[in-house]
Design a binder for this molecule. Structure first.
Ligand code: NAD
Ligand code: MG
Length: 396
């Protein structure tokens, strides 16, 4: 069997770890073409020794030099690329059939777009790319003849529960709506008055999932679910009215599809990203992901509740942004990235995140987004508004 060539963008992160774990379990099926990261050159050097990619790229040029020195004379086939352009080049290498898009945040947009235009099979984790670039990104997928396979656990669950020939038209296949499940994060029961003083480490202590720090904070504010609602809109052609969010604290049911006949299909599993990643890597086949079977009897019960919109104002902001359309989701995402980085850096309170996003949405018009340039301009404007509202230094 010819092995499937896979590039992993964001290889040193949490999704990168899970993807490379699955890949390493199936050396007979997969071969690594490129690995990319931001500046963690030591970890990337280890990954290069282990997976022997053709290319390794670091967006930080000084880190790329350090990687080049670390790999010199080791008999590896790996060529090192540097800078944002190096990561973009790595994303579109002709040698790779599949690209795992797992860079965090807006930084992933251009590499993922390059993979789309190069016609790759894209395993999408980087939801921010779709939130910022929506229409532009989907047009690039169509133009490049790329295939999008969602690995965000909720979207992968929906993908598994939709008909095999589903093509972004719910009415044509008797789909009434989808339900995105959410754990509610670490602050689901925390007294509201305490939220202003929670620390970054508390916000990152997710009850069920181990993830990067940015998405962990997004889970604590539930902005993650808001971004996922917008992600689902683009992936599956659902209107915002067709996407419901349900709190499910156990994180076992990863999402559901409701059909017009009253059937609801769900996908269940342990909260372990290797399951959706393995499903998408091998699709339409199934492979071992290293994840144990779910023991339902031992689990006992699964619970569901409605989200509390006062506790989680980011949910309404996301619905509002998708309703406004155009650049509004890009504005929301950019303001959120600035606010989350400031919170993780100890500069603002947890409860400043949502108002900073609301301010950017209120201040900036939802301009039409026709090109990548339009999306990037909205992103830059929203970062400036959020920085100024949060009283952060200009380059923070
Ligand atoms: P992480 O912080 O653990 O890893 C991020 C990766 O992106 C690292 O390899 C880092 O080097 C790279 N990176 C960061 N900034 C970069 C830049 N400016 N240029 C190039 N590369 C850069 O994040 P993560 O938790 O793995 O999440 C990655 C993406 O997957 C996010 O979009 C997140 O929303 C999504 N996602 C993650 C999970 C999860 O369980 N971790 C689940 C669903 C979706
Ligand atoms: Mg998710």
């Amino acid at each position: 069997m010819t092995r499937q060539s896979v590039s992993v963008l964001g290889a040193t992160g949490s999704i990168g770890d899970s993807a490379l774990d699955v890949i390493a379990r199936h050396a007979d099926r997969f071969v690594v073409t490129a690995l990319t990261a931001h500046r963690q050159w030591e970890k990337l050097a280890q990954l290069c020794r282990r997976h022997r990619p053709d290319v390794a790229a670091l967006s930080d040029p000084a880190a790329a030099q350090a990687l080049e020195r670390a790999l010199a004379g080791q008999g590896l086939p790996t060529r090192v690329l540097a800078g944002e352009q190096g990561v973009i080049e790595a994303a579109a290498l002709p040698g790779a059939r599949t690209v795992v898009a797992a860079i965090v945040g807006a930084a992933g947009l251009q590499p993922t777009l390059a993979a789309a235009l190069a016609g790759k099979r894209i395993l999408l984790a980087n939801k921010e790319a779709l939130v910022i670039g929506g229409a532009v990104f989907m047009a690039a997928v169509a133009r490049g003849g790329a295939t999008l396979l969602p690995i965000d656990s909720e979207h992968n669950a929906i993908f598994q529960c939709l008909p095999a020939d589903y093509s972004r038209d719910p009415a044509a296949t008797g789909v009434r709506r989808i339900l995105l499940t959410a754990s509610g994060g670490p602050f689901r029961r925390r007294p509201l008055a305490e939220l202003a003083s929670v620390t970054a480490d508390e916000a990152c202590a997710h009850p069920n999932w181990v993830m990067g720090r940015k998405i962990s904070v997004d889970s604590a504010t539930m902005m993650n679910k808001g971004l996922e609602m917008i992600e689902a809109h683009w992936l599956f052609g659902m209107s915002r009215e067709q996407i419901e969010i349900v709190i499910h604290p156990e994180s076992i049911v990863h999402s559901l599809v409701e059909y017009v006949d009253g059937s609801m299909l769900a996908q269940l599993g342990h909260p372990d990203m290797r399951t959706p990643i393995a499903q998408a890597l091998a699709f339409p086949e199934r492979i071992d992901a290293g994840v144990p079977a779910l023991e339902l009897v031992r689990r006992g019960s699964l619970t569901f509740e409605a989200p509390d919109h006062d506790r989680f104002p980011c949910l309404d902001l996301a619905y509002r942004a998708l309703g406004a359309g155009g650049a509004a989701p890009a504005v929301l995402n950019a303001a959120n990235e600035i606010a989350v980085a400031a919170f993780l850096g100890g500069r603002i309170r947890f409860t400043d995140i949502a108002p900073a996003c609301a301010e950017a949405l209120a201040r900036l018009p939802a301009r039409t987004v026709r090109t990548l340039g339009d999306a990037l301009a909205a992103d830059a404007e929203a970062r400036a508004v959020a920085r100024s509202w949060l009283k952060l230094p200009v380059a923070a």
